[in-house]
Design a protein around this ligand. Structure first.
Ligand code: FES
Ligand SMILES: [Fe+2]
Length: 356
């Protein structure tokens, strides 16, 4: 089964940095390509095709030696570029004996892998997520595996009208989410979503005893990274700012940050990474744990709906959607993905072209 249309020239989250131990290779899959991540003795992280050139054994079952990786089937030794540097019992190493190596960066507590042309790997394109070590936030984190294509999870994150229905029990979103439209602004590599709710007692993470103006905003960036913050402000703030962006320092409560990343692992599976927690001035470990409990419940609700949706789509001969007013963000983002996928080649038609 071919991958759908995904952008290759983008940084995909391959895992949490703290889950990759030194000298313990880790098998992951991105865009249906088997990849082995390993942290060498130097501390540097490397990403290679997880498929030995000899007899296609997974290198993730291999052994780290310094910053090299040895296949533990018949002992071929690979350097960090994926080149074979030693073949036991044979002096000559063929010049083209190598596996693909992927640019990989350890940043914001995530391991980011560039799936496109390595020559175009630009670290400036790594979305500005908030790492677990950020002194301003107290974050919990995790990931969830989905039996659904990443595109459906992206669509879910681009249309928050589902909060009213899917998350009636967890986030406790009121009807206003589905009844009103957010402000949307296209970005070069994504879309910015913003909404003010005025004179509210807040909802989910931002409940308040007195009426406040509640702000939330997120950027949703290629290939599927959501960076969301928000907080409560004195009543009247939204009007004073002409519904513009407030300064976090002016918030009177409820400031949180969540980073989320959707990684297509195969045509019908995905891994969904997330962190969430309060700003240090708006909560502590207890608030973080409460938010993570809420997130576990809510993300489970999304998973039930999206995996069921996938099953229906799969048994529909020519699946077509009928967009509503809330699909504006979905449509803008998916058009951007189509364009970038065409410019940089898609997963389906650029298989292994970066291989020398
Ligand atoms: S399969 Fe890797 S050395 Fe034989
Ligand atoms: Fe959701």
């Amino acid at each position: 089964m071919a991958m759908g249309s995904y952008v290759r020239n983008a940084w995909y989250v391959a895992g949490w940095s703290n889950e990759l131990e030194t000298a313990k290779p880790l098998a992951v899959s991105i865009l249906d390509e088997p990849i082995v991540l390993f942290r060498g003795e130097s501390g540097a992280v490397h990403a290679l095709e997880d498929r030995c050139v000899h007899r296609l054994a997974p290198l993730s079952l291999g052994r780290c030696e310094g910053d090299h990786l040895r296949c533990m089937y018949h002992g071929l030794l690979f350097d960090t570029d994926g080149k074979v540097v030693e073949i036991p019992g044979q002096d000559l190493v063929p010049k083209d004996a190598r596996v693909r190596s992927y640019p990989v960066v350890d940043r914001h507590s995530w391991l980011w892998v560039w799936m496109g042309d390595p020559a175009q790997a630009d670290e400036a394109l790594i979305p500005p997520a908030v790492g677990l070590d950020d002194p301003n936030y107290i974050l919990g984190h995790g990931f969830l595996d989905y039996d659904a294509e990443a595109r459906l999870i992206n669509d879910n994150l681009l249309d928050f009208s589902h909060l009213t229905y899917v998350h009636a029990n967890s986030f406790g979103a009121g009807p206003e989410f589905a009844q009103s439209l957010p402000k949307l602004e296209p970005l070069e590599r994504g879309i910015r979503y913003t909404r003010w709710t005025t004179s509210t007692y807040g909802q989910s993470a931002r409940k308040s005893d007195t009426p406040v103006d509640s702000h939330m905003t997120y950027d949703f960036l290629v290939p599927g990274v959501l960076l969301m913050t928000g907080g409560n402000y004195p009543e009247g703030t939204a009007a004073k700012l002409d519904f513009g962006r407030p300064a976090i320092a002016d918030a009177i409560g409820g400031v949180t940050f969540t980073s989320q990343a959707v990684t297509p692992t195969a045509p019908r599976t995905s891994r969904y990474f997330f962190s969430w927690g309060p700003h240090v001035q708006h909560g502590d470990e207890k608030v973080r744990d409460a938010l993570m409990g809420m997130a576990d419940m809510a993300f489970g609700e999304d998973k039930v709906m999206i995996e069921a949706q996938q099953k229906v789509i799969d048994r529909t001969p020519n699946p077509r959607v009928m967009p509503t007013a809330h699909d504006k963000g979905v449509t803008i983002f998916n058009r951007l993905v189509e364009r970038l996928a065409k410019e940089g080649g898609t997963a389906a038609n650029q298989e292994n072209t970066a291989c020398p």
